[in-house]
Design a binder for this molecule. Structure first.
Ligand code: ADP
Length: 186
């Protein structure tokens, strides 16, 4: 499924984000930036050691990455030139500022991509794996944040893709996007 917002294509794809050829792919990292399971592990495996090397240098300079913030590294052996690492919130029932922090994670990725004049970016479903965020709520926040950014901010981005690993997550994002755009294509 795809829609156009202010000259930028927003698309939903089911697949493996490590195969994406966008300028950047986003990693749902943890604050240590030392890799982990899920999409984080997959990105480090596919991208090779150059990504971890750069992450180590960043952590030695600035410490752990706070939730909702981002850093950008090489994409190593990936098709994507860059990996944007962000940390989503751990779901603790919804009253611990999770929604704001999840929004910040997406917004900061779009900001750093724009600052680096990137034209395309792929996101996974941040926080809905090991971090336990319910997919339908996370999808609404993810898509609303991207739509607001594209409507409000001048950006180099021509393409924003969500690459969703399993069909249940894809369906959650599909329903949320239909609800948000209300059947229109603007
Ligand atoms: P978090 O800790 O932020 O919850 P996870 O990596 O555990 O991150 O899960 C986030 C989402 O990424 C889940 O929907 C998971 O199925 C998905 N995922 C796992 N591997 C990949 C991959 N290679 N490409 C895209 N999405 C993936």
């Amino acid at each position: 499924m795809e829609v156009i917002i202010n000259n930028t294509k927003l698309s939903l794809i089911q697949g493996d984000i490590t195969n994406q050829a966008t300028d950047a792919i986003v990693n749902a990292a943890n604050p240590s930036l030392m890799g982990g399971g899920g999409v984080d592990g997959a990105i480090h495996r596919a991208g090779g050691p150059a990504i971890l090397e750069e992450c180590k240098q960043i952590v030695s300079r600035q410490g752990r990455l706070p939730t909702g913030k981002t850093v950008i590294t090489t994409g190593g052996n990936l098709k994507a030139r860059y990996v944007i690492h962000t940390v989503g919130p751990i779901w603790r029932g919804g009253s611990r500022n999770e929604a704001e922090l999840l929004k910040s994670a997406y917004w900061e990725c779009l900001k750093i991509a724009t600052a680096n004049k990137l034209t395309s970016i792929s996101f996974p479903s941040i926080s809905t794996g090991a971090y336990g965020y319910p997919v339908s709520e996370a999808a609404r926040i993810a898509l609303r944040t991207v739509v607001s950014f594209l409507k409000e901010q001048a950006t180099s981005l021509k393409e924003v893709a969500f690459v969703l690993f399993d069909s249940r997550t894809y369906e959650g994002y599909y329903s949320a996007l239909q609800e948000i755009i209300g059947g229109s294509n603007t």
